[in-house]
Design a protein around this ligand. Structure first.
Ligand SMILES: [Cu+2]
Length: 206
């Protein structure tokens, strides 16, 4: 898949890693202090007021951690927000309760077909309520909102079939609002598109 996937995986592991280290560290220190400073051993508490070194430390370390998380999150967001200019555009339309994909020339499909290793930009919208286009294998999800077009892009380099779900509760059959992304060799994709065009042509001529 594209580098976006690696970036999301890395960012996820980074944030999880930092959280686990903090959880273990804080829990350990809490237990340690409860034992060390219990009333029997230190009957009188001593108040400390002001410690510049400590204050600087607990400001600078969290700042570095949070800016690090922000930085990697930003890189991924930035990449996802800037599709290549030559990306193939596909419109994704959410409707209760299915997805519809529209290619150039008005070709429609309920499954998202994509050529391998080609940039595909998906313009996402909805004709009724809010939905959310979610493709876990590509690590992205974006809302489908009526009268508004959101977009995402990807370049999938592994052939295969991947789940597409609706990630925004949208009514009775929301849980059945599944379809698939099929990544196929570019040649096969072009053949499919030509076949669809041929199928549509007689209807359009009437
Ligand atoms: Cu939905």
């Amino acid at each position: 898949m594209n580098s976006f996937v690696d970036n999301v995986n890395f960012t996820f592991m980074l944030i999880t890693g930092i959280s686990v280290v903090l959880l273990i560290g804080i829990t350990f220190m809490m237990i340690y202090f409860v034992v060390k400073y219990n009333r029997k051993k230190s009957p009188k508490a001593v108040n400390i007021h002001g410690n510049t070194a400590l204050e600087v430390t607990w400001t600078v370390i969290p700042l570095i951690l949070s800016m690090g998380m922000f930085y990697y999150g930003w890189i991924g967001y930035d990449e996802l927000s800037n599709p290549p200019k030559d990306a193939m555009v596909v419109k994704a339309i959410g409707k209760m309760w299915k997805w519809e994909f529209e290619y150039a020339g008005g070709i429609k499909s309920d499954t998202l077909f994509a050529p391998q290793s080609k940039a595909v930009r998906i313009n996402i919208t909805s004709v009724d309520v809010n939905h959310s286009l979610y493709i876990p294998a590509l690590r992205f999800k974006r809302d489908a909102i009526p009268n508004r077009v959101n977009f995402l892009w990807f370049s999938a380099d592994k052939l295969g079939t991947y789940d597409i779900a609706c990630a925004q509760y949208c009514g009775v059959s929301h849980s059945k609002m599944y379809t698939a992304l099929v990544v196929m060799p570019e040649k096969d994709f072009n053949t499919w598109l030509e076949n669809q065009k041929a199928k549509n042509a007689p209807a359009a001529a009437k």
